[in-house]
Design a protein around this ligand. Structure first.
Ligand code: COA
Length: 168
């Protein structure tokens, strides 16, 4: 097993091997190959990539981060009644994936922690109420739920975690 404690997580750059990335979900592989660069250029999303210090080209995992506004009626009533009557600001992890060869060894957890840390850092300057994630399937949902994420509204693939409840 590789020791991922020295994993480097940094913005996607042209040296990273986007084409070689495989995580088992084709849509997530394709996004990195075909769409990520354009989204960054257009300021639609930021993309962060995990590599090992001795091999900074091979992508071990990635996630995307952007802002989002949550409609109040999407939040559980016990939270929404304490909030002003307009949408609340959030940060969205739209995609998160670990490459096939590194799954089950803590990389996903490190990626998620990194996304939350970056969000907490900017939330001192621009208010952000919650972290939101798009769970692509039940597998992803299970992964996020164990970190305290809960479903936004009944039929949404989105889960959320208020930042005030985060301790890293
Ligand atoms: C889901 C995914 C991101 C998890 O990443 P990973 O690197 O394999 O996960 P980790 O090794 O960091 O696991 C961290 C913890 O989550 C748990 N976990 C991993 N996948 C899980 C799942 N599907 N359900 C419940 N728990 C899960 C692990 O057991 C581990 O728990 P522990 O800390 O108590 O040991 C990865 O399997 C993946 O990329 N899958 C394909 C793409 C995908 O489904 N992405 C989802 C987001 S769109």
């Amino acid at each position: 097993m590789t020791d991922f404690q020295y994993l480097v997580i940094e913005p996607l750059n042209p040296t990273h091997d986007r084409a070689g990335f495989q995580c088992g979900v084709e849509a997530l592989d394709r996004y990195l190959k075909k769409q990520a660069k354009q989204d960054i250029k257009r300021r639609i999303s930021r993309v962060f990539v995990a590599t090992m210090p001795d091999n900074p080209i091979v992508v071990m995992g990635y996630y995307t981060l952007r802002t989002l506004s949550i409609e109040l009626n999407q939040l559980p009533e016990k939270l929404s009644r304490k909030l002003p009557k307009h949408p609340v600001p959030a940060a969205l992890i739209g995609r998160l994936a670990t490459c096939n060869t590194a799954q089950g060894q803590g990389v996903g957890k490190l990626l998620l922690a990194d996304a939350i840390k970056r969000t907490l850092a900017v939330s001192d300057q621009i208010a952000i109420y919650a972290m939101v994630v798009d769970a692509i399937n039940d597998n992803a949902k299970g992964f996020y739920e164990q970190f305290g994420f809960t479903r936004l509204s009944d039929h949404s693939p989105r889960l959320f975690l208020p930042l005030k409840s985060v301790s890293l």
